[in-house]
Design a protein around this ligand. Structure first.
Ligand code: CP
Length: 361
């Protein structure tokens, strides 16, 4: 059974297949009006969302399918203590495919072990957000005409920003990509990820401390919000929350054909006065999210029917170590639910939790 839990669950060829289908859907909307007739999508959202949940809903409706689910876990039996594993074993009786967002890292991976139907990770804590990645890739492809040979600057919260982690992973398989990391010291990209990407990807990285320093080099500026909900310490959040704000004065040094992406929602990190700049594409990016999710739902249902195998080995087929250790991440699903403690060796030789990629204790 194919799921989308991590961007690397899709091969490069499959990503292109999904993006090409999304572009065909954009060009020929009428052809897909009944493509998923008779199928149901369950949207299980344990954490707030506007774009992801509604674009999944809209995507399934435009494919002629139906949608069930919850947008507030407190209105479901989760509030009585039902686990992720039991919840999806129930949902599989009612739906053909699941999109799950969860504040616990690794929850969609647990769901994929028990669901028996395709599970899509719609964002798990600060870990991963692979459908935002597909959205970002489709936007880059449509705006720049290519998915290789560009310089991209990631700005803001690179520590907790799941959209950043997932997009960097996806870009690691593309050619000729330079990555500038623009963040305060407290919100730098996790060291293990930087090490792993430096050692095992084609990406060229540089960390910079100011937007001004990076701006003239960029083809793409990827802005992110500093996420209050990820901080355990409010004082630390207050210290960094206003670190990087994009306004017209900062854009003066940018190229005319640079594009500005943002997964949204934004707070104050992009001034409203930037919205009318032709380089601001973040609202077009939202619409691409619906088309790419249409393509993804269509493909995962098709692949489930034909029992298509993974082109790479998914996480649970890799060699892993069971038990004997615990994950040190309080945000990991393994900290609160009775799941097998699973670890795997990362490329850098460290033993990491299979659910959230945190180093084992
Ligand atoms: N980009 C994104 O995930 O937005 P939502 O939180 O509104 O779904």
């Amino acid at each position: 059974m194919r799921h989308l839990i991590d961007p690397t669950d899709l091969s490069v060829a499959e990503i292109h297949e999904i993006l090409t289908l999304a572009e065909d859907i954009i060009a020929h909307r009428d052809r897909y009006r009944e493509a998923c007739k008779g199928k149901k999508l369950a949207t299980l959202f344990y954490e707030p969302s506007t774009r992801t949940r509604l674009s999944f809903t809209s995507a399934m409706l435009e494919l002629g399918g139906q949608v069930i689910g919850f947008s507030d876990a407190n209105s479901s039996s989760v509030s009585k203590g039902e686990t992720v594993a039991d919840t999806v074993r129930v949902i599989r009786c009612f739906a053909d495919i699941i999109a799950m967002r969860h504040y616990k890292e690794g929850a969609p991976l647990v769901a994929s072990q028990y669901a028996g139907i395709p599970v899509i990770n719609a964002g798990d804590g600060s870990h991963a957000h692979p459908t935002q990645t597909l959205t970002d890739l489709l936007t880059i492809k449509r705006e720049k005409g290519r998915l290789d040979h560009f310089t991209i600057g990631f700005c803001g919260d690179l520590k907790f920003g799941r959209t950043v982690h997932s997009l960097i992973k996806a870009l690691s398989r593309c050619e000729g990509i330079r990555v500038l990391l623009i963040s305060p010291e407290e919100l730098r990209l996790p060291t293990y990820m930087l090490k792993e990407m430096r050692a095992h990807s084609n990406l060229e990285f540089r960390e910079v401390r100011t937007m001004e320093e990076a701006m003239p080099e960029l083809d793409i500026l990827y802005m992110t919000r500093v996420q209050k909900e990820r901080f355990l310490d409010e004082e630390e959040f207050d210290r960094v929350k206003d670190s990087f704000v994009l306004d017209p004065s900062k854009l003066a040094a940018a190229r005319g054909d640079m594009i500005i992406l943002h997964p949204l929602p934004r707070v104050n990190e992009i001034a409203r006065s930037v919205d009318n700049d032709p380089r601001a594409v973040y609202f077009r990016q939202v619409e691409n999210g619906k088309f790419v999710r249409m393509a993804l739902i269509y493909k995962l249902l098709e692949w489930a029917d034909e029992n298509r195998p993974y082109e790479r080995t998914p996480v649970f087929d890799r060699e892993y170590v069971v038990g004997g250790r615990t994950c040190s991440n309080r945000r990991c699903i393994s900290a609160t639910e009775d799941v097998d403690q699973l670890f795997r060796y990362a490329e850098d030789g460290t033993l990491r939790c299979a659910y959230c990629e945190t180093k084992a204790k």
